[in-house]
Design a binder for this molecule. Structure first.
Ligand code: ADP
Ligand code: 5GP
Length: 186
């Protein structure tokens, strides 16, 4: 049986990392795709675990060498998924888990169709999203404003994906996310 590709997509601040950390602990069988990014590392993040934090020059070299299956500029930084990781995963039938923005999710659907299942997580409102980004305290006001602007655009596309989860109450949202993932893996 072939492995599954599960793409989680949500506007920044929705609570995706919070939900994904629970999912990774509960379903260790999911192989996490560690993306490359040029954004600065946040407190508590680990190079090679959360992302490969690399310089802009080296990211651009990897684009030229076609080392990404997809890449995008999100909030003024580059983010990309390793082609080698996906190829290895497909060869070994891994169940792979991706955390991508809408551009990345669209690209995975374009390449893999229904083999890639996109779960979009939505916040209760833009106001609540802003509150969560402020409360997280990892980004400047300017960065938060940029993320909010982007969120408005991303939310317009939420209904076109395979699954939709509202992250209002975190336990409820996690229950729904887990049951969708278990259904996909069956
Ligand atoms: P993302 O990975 O989507 O950018 P995070 O997981 O970092 O978002 O969550 C952003 C902030 O919101 C964090 O401080 C987190 O603790 C908080 N948070 C996550 N889910 C909820 C929720 N359902 N209700 C309230 N706060 C939440
Ligand atoms: P953050 O900086 O908050 O970790 O992530 C910002 C956005 O970039 C999120 O929407 C996240 O899903 C997205 N992202 C992370 N890695 C990748 C990737 O490899 N490709 C794409 N297209 N988006 C990514």
């Amino acid at each position: 049986m072939s492995g599954k590709m599960i793409v989680i997509c949500a506007p920044s601040g929705t609570g995706k990392s919070t939900l994904l950390n629970r999912l990774k602990a509960d379903i260790p069988d999911l192989v996490w795709s560690v993306s490359c990014t040029t954004r600065p590392i946040r407190q508590g993040e680990v190079h090679g675990k959360d992302y490969f934090f690399i310089k802009k020059d080296s990211f651009e070299e990897q684009i030229k060498a076609e080392e990404f299956i997809e890449w995008a500029k999100v909030h003024s930084n580059y983010y990309g998924t390793s082609k080698r990781f996906v190829t290895e995963g497909l060869l070994n039938n891994w169940n792979m888990l991706f955390d991508l923005d809408v551009q990345g999710a669209d690209e995975m659907k374009r390449i893999y169709g229904d083999e890639a299942q996109v779960i979009f997580i939505e916040p209760p409102s833009i106001e609540e999203l802003e509150k969560r980004l402020m409360a997280r305290g990892t980004d400047s006001l300017e960065v938060i404003q940029e993320r909010i602007k982007n969120a408005r655009k991303e939310l317009q596309k939420k209904d076109k994906y395979d699954h939709l989860v509202l992250n209002d109450d975190v336990d409820k949202a996690y229950g729904k996310l887990k049951s969708i993932v278990e259904r996909i893996l069956k």
